[in-house]
Design a protein around this ligand. Structure first.
Ligand code: C2O
Length: 532
């Protein structure tokens, strides 16, 4: 392998942005954090040492973690967090994956500043299925709050209302345009560049575009796609997108912009983060060509991108879409309102979120430990496979907005096939929920607006070359259908990757049993696994 030698130390660091200074939690003092480089088939060992006052855990978002759930990272799901002063070695092998992913803290709101890229190169001697770029650049999109992010969410939980939106988006740590138009990407005329775009923001889906340049999309979530050209990419928190950019201009500076996408009347950080594509030899200090960002509700632009995505589905990289279904599941995702006598600002109630009307309650022992060591009383296996209340999900809200709560998982037999329809409820407002499944890639076989119709909609599913990914936007006021094979024994978290919705309870877990074969069981936990 490449022998990645990052030894992440989680440390505090003072950082100044938007003219204000605050201490932030970082890895090795960097924001964004260091990029992890590896090759397909590499075994990766990352020793994470916690030097801050918070409990910490790190998630390798999109890494399959075949049989190694202990290294997945979500706190209280696959591990107890690493306490201050202690360390834990994440040990996993990258199997059948190459491309761009991200790592991030998976506890509290630490992901705001504790995140970075993962670059998985193909096996030695195996080329990309697209022209070799002159250079590759990791581009991390994120959000910045002037105040402390833990305080932001804690205040919101006290009040029962939504937390403050961020004060700026960032591109590779720069808000732009204050500091010389932000991050600079030097290019040479006639060369092609591979941008590895990562959305590490907590709560914002983002549009990404470059003035005067088309983007050729070649990969999302570390799976190759049929290349296509487009002006604007849309990328949800947790998603990654690789694009080729041809530097086909002679000179100049071209504005790069990241701005929010939100197709609902919900408050967003409406700032545009900027960077510049800088042709060598150009001296001008401000971009010669600027671009206008799409309005935040530009659903048509977002749809054009999403609907262009197809698996490469070549001989070498076939799309292994399950053609039959063992578990046919329908999950509603959305917000609700529960009583909260102490929530003054929320008038005695608080905003919550749920899947199939269950607001997930985090346990105090990790689910995977409870499963492996047969500790009873930590979770129940009665997560409903169908909605608990049938109503017109995208029309008028039902009279009772209240959710139930529990630490419930849904059990899947090893190697069974799953079709899961995720239906937005729009109870408070329809909203696009980027839902992330740990431990698997899935195929996005269908999507639509309104209520999912189990009789007619499956006839339109793409079971040939649907895009394969690990995080998918459930359209506002609509649904998506995904399929995957439960070939990874363990306990796997699934949640909305808008951190505010995760906090509110839009999360659940699948429990996949061991298979009977020799390589079909969850491996035993490493000896340094933190204790709760
Ligand atoms: Cu990137 Cu469970 O998250």
């Amino acid at each position: 392998g490449l022998g990645s030698s990052v030894l992440p130390k989680v440390v505090m660091k003072n950082s100044t942005k938007l003219c204000s200074r605050k201490p932030i939690v970082t890895v090795n003092g960097e924001f964004p954090g260091p990029t992890l480089y590896a090759r397909e088939d590499d075994t990766v060992l990352v020793k994470v040492t916690n030097h801050v006052k918070y409990n910490v855990s790190i998630h390798w978002h999109g890494i399959r973690q075949l049989r190694t759930g202990w290294a997945d990272g979500p706190a209280y799901v696959t591990q107890c967090p690493i306490p201050p002063g202690q360390s834990y070695v994440y040990n996993f092998t990258i199997t059948g994956q190459r491309g761009t992913l991200l790592w991030h803290a998976h506890i509290l709101w630490l992901r705001a500043t504790v995140h970075g890229g993962i670059v998985i190169l193909p096996k030695r001697g195996v080329p990309y299925p697209f022209p070799i770029p002159h250079k590759e650049v990791v581009v991390v999109l994120a959000e910045w709050w002037k105040s402390d992010t833990e305080a932001v969410i804690n205040e919101a939980l006290k009040s029962g209302l939504a937390p403050n939106v961020s004060d700026s988006h960032t591109i590779n740590g720069h808000p732009g345009p204050v500091s010389n138009w932000g991050f600079t990407l030097p290019v040479e005329n006639g060369k092609t560049y591979l941008l590895r775009l990562i959305n590490a923001a907590l709560n914002e889906e983002l549009f990404f575009k470059i003035a005067g340049h088309k983007l050729t999309v070649v990969e999302v979530d570390a799976t190759y796609v049929k290349p296509f050209k487009i002006d604007t990419v849309v990328i949800a928190p947790g998603q990654t997108t690789n694009v080729l950019v041809s530097a086909d201009k002679n000179s100049g500076k071209y504005l790069v912009a990241a701005s929010p996408f939100m197709d609902a009347p919900i408050a967003v950080d409406n700032t545009t983060a900027t960077a510049t594509l800088h042709y060598s030899g150009t001296l001008a200090s401000t971009p010669t060509t600027t671009t206008s960002s799409p309005p935040k509700n530009a659903t048509a632009i977002a749809n054009k991108f999403v609907e262009s995505l197809r698996s490469l589905n070549s001989k070498k990289y076939p799309a292994k879409v399950p053609q039959t279904v063992d578990h046919n599941l329908l999950f509603t995702v959305g917000l609700g309102v529960n009583p909260c006598p102490s929530c003054k600002a929320g008038n005695g109630s608080r905003v919550v979120a749920s899947i199939n009307n269950v607001t997930f309650v985090m346990p105090t022992t990790a689910l995977l430990q409870a499963h492996f060591f047969n500790i009873s009383g930590v979770f129940t296996t009665d997560f409903p496979g169908q909605p608990q209340h049938k109503f017109n999900y995208t029309g008028t809200a039902p009279s009772n907005l209240q959710t139930s709560s529990g630490t419930k998982v849904y059990r899947l037999a090893y190697n069974s096939t799953v079709q899961l329809v995720l239906q937005d409820t729009g109870i408070i407002a329809p909203e696009n929920h980027p839902v992330h499944l740990h431990g698997f890639n899935f195929f996005a076989v269908g999507k639509g607006l309104g209520n999912y119709n189990p009789k007619t909609d499956p006839k339109k599913f793409n079971l040939v070359d649907p895009v394969e990914r690990n995080t998918i936007g459930v359209p506002a006021g609509g649904w998506v259908a995904i399929r995957f094979r439960a070939d990874n024994p363990g306990v796997w978290f699934m949640h909305c990757h808008l951190e505010v919705h995760t906090t509110w309870g839009l999360k659940m877990a699948f429990l996949v049993n061991n298979g009977k074969g020799p390589n079909e069981s969850l491996l035993p936990p490493p000896s340094d696994l933190p204790k709760c």
